[in-house]
Design a protein around this ligand. Sequence first.
Ligand SMILES: *Cc1c(COP(=O)(O)O)cnc(C)c1O
Length: 365
Amino acid sequence: MTHPLLDLAPLTAARFAAIERRVAALLDTGQDVVIMQGEALLPLEGCIRGGARRGSTALNVVTGPYGQTFGNWLRACGARVVDLEVPFHSAVTAGAVAEALAAAPEIDFVSLVHAEAATGNTNPVAEIGEAVRAHGALFMLDAVASVGAEPLLPDAWGVDLCVIGAQKAMGGPAGVSAVSVSARAWERMAANPDAPRGSYLSLLDWKERWIDSGRKALLHAPAQLEMLALEACLERIESEGPAAVMARHASAAAATRAGAVALGGGLSPYVHEARDAAPVATTLRAPEGVDARDLVAAALAADPALPLIAGGGALAKEMIRVNHYGVDATRGAVQSSLAALGGALAAQGREVDLEGALRAAGDAW
Ligand SMILES: *Cc1c(COP(=O)(O)O)cnc(C)c1O
């Protein structure tokens, strides 16, 4: 008896290339798209190890935990790192980036996270891209949490390395990812003696053995299930329409934010300004004296399917994340999340206005 997940025909090079073209269309990019057979940290590390060389000076914008990871990789590559740290409850401005670049003309690499699901903020990449282009540095963007949730235009914004994963707003698999690579970025990597080659981290291997030879033969057996899931996820986005998918995420974020404010009980948006809040996920600050982990546990006890989680690491005590992305970017998921958080707060004796919260969420949607 054949098994739907196991007894699959081999995934052909042509089909693999077709999936790449669909990713390129989603990003509206004419750059080469390389699909990487692993979770998005694989291309992120590959971009840094290929693009930042020994003796490079890198500007690393830190608006959340992923920026911290990039700084560590950059230092491991032998780059000098200028960390531009921004409080996690806000976004970086293009002005701050331009100032940091002006203060260190030798900066030749900039890493930035577009939206951070872990902190709930989003950065103005179009304006930042202008500053980076004027300076001439190579520009790497982690767009894992923004793709599908908000506009993402690597070519128009001057992004040289744009990394995406399907597991957030795209509602797809986590085990496969992609990066668009500009001609400039290929040149930089080719000229970097330390760029990974003959390695799972190597983007250049894909350039030389896949792209330059006409996408005829794959480097190794493709991660077939993940590729089929990525194809299905792209199909689903295309049939709903990317604009509609993004609108759902924007509405979910606006509704969650407005609902949490109206709910009261001491809950408040973690990201201070609405314009800095990411459409992919909304972070909330737990009331004074309440541990976010307890609140989330109580809310999930009422409904384990809700997209609620406490913040990671040092943020665990104070932050509640409402991960209203992918299939959870719906009115229902937002309303149920607000209701469960309201119930958990009420059980602690806090005064909440659940009706008002649901009304505010409905109006904001
Ligand atoms: C989710 C996410 C990733 C992927 O990391 P996971 O730990 O696999 O979830 C990378 N970058 C950003 C900004 C993300 O939000």
